[in-house]
Design a protein around this ligand. Structure first.
Ligand SMILES: *Cc1c(COP(=O)(O)O)cnc(C)c1O
Length: 393
């Protein structure tokens, strides 16, 4: 046996001891309000499937028809032979939906971030980044080689302080924030961040992964929520959350989008989104543009569930969106809570370090328009039962 890899075993064991080891459950059913998980039927409180698009009949049908017409794989990167008319149509329609000049798609939101940031700033430049930004933003920032200054979470005053201190020494600067923070469910004060970033002449980028299909008129996202059309230079989006498929999108200023076609490395060096994915996203856009019903249902479900959870005595942190963290503290408690919920037919994952800070472990419930009121009531019952058993409430 080699000894050069022994450290991995030690690390894995210490993750297990600390309650931080990822035990991955397997799904044996389509996504929806209920799932079959490891062979057991459970209420789904985990998916980012905000609008129920992951198994929506219209998206499924669109994907099937596109496969019949174009096959499955793009067979190339976008710049060689991987751009079908479906890809360009999705980009055009996405730009219309978001009310921006242009849009470009990527294979994932993660890739969209690591494409965009290094294309816009490099090692002589500076990035001001919210301290709780998503891992893909952090990696994109590192890849760029720019100096990274972290500002206090959702704090435009601290951002301004950092800009005053550092901005002058660098030719280009960028301010980057998540729109909705995926672990806490709070919303960045983008209106104030915009004012500050404009004052110090920085490029403004927002990652709207959890805002798309959720915030703004008919789910048009955080820029629409704050009426900041034309003011945010670049918006990152994902097609894997409310859109229920997989893929990434960058929307905003036409020059930036054009530049990404020339210099976005995951665009140039990784194959395009697949045909069924693109076709399903087009069908999802069509639904969003024709009706606000699902977005309204999502918010109605959110209000109901959160009010009842608060009444029951749970601490939901600072969430103002369908992302509902139930703050528990220690990782072991969160894991135990999740296990007990699963025994009670409720699938809600525990989240611990490094996804959230140490001692801020939680269960995260994701509300969806796919839930019926009776589903939410069933979930509440289980939370109260387990909460009492483990002396959380
Ligand atoms: C989920 C998420 C991503 C990654 O999106 P994928 O399309 O799943 O790669 C990026 N940024 C934020 C803020 C996210 O929440």
């Amino acid at each position: 046996m080699t000894t050069t890899l022994n450290w991995i075993e030690n690390e894995l064991n210490s993750l297990k001891d600390a309650g931080l080891y990822n035990r991955i459950r397997t799904i044996n059913s389509p996504q929806g309000a209920w799932l079959v998980v490891d062979g057991k039927r459970v209420l789904n409180f985990c998916s980012n499937n905000y609008l129920g698009f992951a198994n929506h009949p219209k998206l499924v049908q669109a994907a099937k028809e596109a496969i019949d017409q174009y096959g499955i794989g793009p067979a190339a990167v976008r710049t060689i032979a991987g751009t079908t008319s479906l890809h360009t149509e999705l980009e055009k329609k996405m730009a219309e939906f978001k009310g921006v000049e242009a849009a470009i798609t990527f294979q994932s939101g993660f890739n969209a971030n690591i494409a965009t940031i290094p294309a816009l700033v490099s090692k002589e430049d500076v990035i001001f980044s919210d301290e709780l930004n998503h891992a893909s933003i952090i990696d994109g920032c590192r890849l760029s080689g720019a100096t990274i200054i972290r500002y206090a979470h959702c704090d435009p005053q601290d951002l301004e302080k950092a800009l005053i201190e550092h901005r002058g020494r660098y030719p280009k600067a960028m301010v980057i924030s998540d729109g909705v923070f995926s672990m806490d469910g709070d919303i960045a004060p983008l209106d104030k961040i915009y004012e500050v970033s404009r004052k110090y002449q920085t490029i403004l980028m927002v990652d709207d992964a959890h805002g798309e299909g959720v915030l703004g008129r008919g789910g048009r996202g955080i820029v629409d929520h704050y009426h900041l059309h034309g003011k945010v230079d670049v918006e990152i989006g994902t097609l894997s959350k409310a859109f229920g498929v997989v893929g990434g999108v960058v929307a905003g200023n036409a020059l930036i989008v054009e530049w990404l076609r020339q210099r976005g490395r995951p665009f140039l060096f990784s194959s395009a989104m697949t045909i069924p994915d693109v076709a399903a996203c087009l069908a999802g856009l069509e639904i969003l543009q024709s009706s606000t019903e699902l977005v309204e249902k999502l918010w109605e479900n959110t209000r109901f569930f959160k009010e009842e959870m608060k009444k029951a005595g749970f601490d939901l942190g600072s969430s103002v969106t369908p992302i509902t963290p139930i703050m528990l503290g220690e990782a072991q408690l969160a894991q135990e809570f999740s296990k007990e919920l699963f025994e009670n037919q409720v699938f809600a994952m525990a989240i611990g370090f490094p996804t959230v800070p140490r001692r801020k472990a939680r269960i995260r419930v994701m509300i969806s328009a796919a839930h019926q009121k009776s589903d939410l009531e069933r979930g509440l019952e289980a939370f109260v039962k387990v909460g009492k058993k483990l002396a959380v409430i």
